[in-house]
Design a protein around this ligand. Structure first.
Ligand SMILES: [Zn+2]
Length: 244
């Protein structure tokens, strides 16, 4: 449990602390993770005066939690009272699914567990489902027509299986601005779909046209994650020896 005392402690190290964390803090996971870290983060952000946003946003003084690809661990989060956002791929529900190619494309090597279709429907009735493409294409290397078709196939699929909480956000595969396909970006804009990126250290761009997220790394400390998240990298350096 993080108490207000921790915030006061941060203020003694950096009197302007409260000015740094007024940005939109969108955190995401795309592999197995420890739910208690998420609860700890939730308490920490609330304690320093941020508001939980049920979908990733650029609004200042907010934070949100989301997941990518074909996330399996959401069942451990049943005690969390708010909506989370899952940007999912859906090629695994096709009859001609190439499992090896897909698992490679999301950077896993073996033992990848897929979300069964009935669990996807259950997930979509309780949480938000965002677009992440039917397949996990690298956009910069893919033709616009393939990306459009891939998107429309996913849109149709969500409609067909009756997911009610589909949000108008598309998390770009691999998350990087440099992988954007300008023609596909234009297409998404015309459809009023917000583009979501995942670039560490970019959360400062709250007025940017893209929503930025930070990939929380469970293998490094809480403070080091905060340090990587923030735009002011020097600010967090003095507090790294401190353990929560
Ligand atoms: Zn992904």
């Amino acid at each position: 449990m993080i108490r207000r005392g921790y915030f006061n402690y941060l203020l003694t190290l950096e009197p302007n602390f409260d000015k740094f964390l007024v940005q939109a803090n969108n955190i995401y996971w795309h592999s197995e993770f420890q739910p208690e870290i998420m609860y700890k983060l939730y308490t920490f952000f609330l304690d320093i005066g941020l508001r939980y946003s049920e979908i990733p946003t650029n609004e200042s003084k907010t934070f949100s939690f989301s997941f990518d690809d074909n996330y399996m661990s959401w069942k451990g989060l049943s005690n969390f009272d708010h909506k989370l956002t899952f940007y999912l791929n859906t090629c695994q529900y096709n009859v001609n699914f190439d499992e090896t190619a897909y698992v490679r494309s999301i950077g896993h090597v073996s033992d990848y567990k897929f979300l069964p279709l009935k669990d996807l429907c259950d997930l979509g009735s309780r949480h938000n489902i965002g677009f992440h493409g039917t397949k996990h294409h690298k956009h910069s290397r893919t033709d616009r027509s393939i990306l459009v078709n891939d998107f429309e196939t996913q849109e149709l699929f969500f409609r067909k299986i009756g997911i009610c909480n589909v949000v108008n956000q598309y998390a770009i595969n691999y998350g990087m601005r440099r992988f954007l396909n300008p023609y596909f970006v234009k297409y998404l804009r015309q459809k009023n779909i917000n583009i979501v990126l995942a670039e560490p250290g970019m959360l400062k761009y709250t007025n940017s046209q893209f929503i930025n997220r930070y990939n929380w790394v469970d293998s490094i400390s809480f403070e080091n994650n905060l340090k990587l998240m923030t735009f002011n990298k020097h600010f967090y350096l003095p507090i790294t020896p401190y353990r929560l």
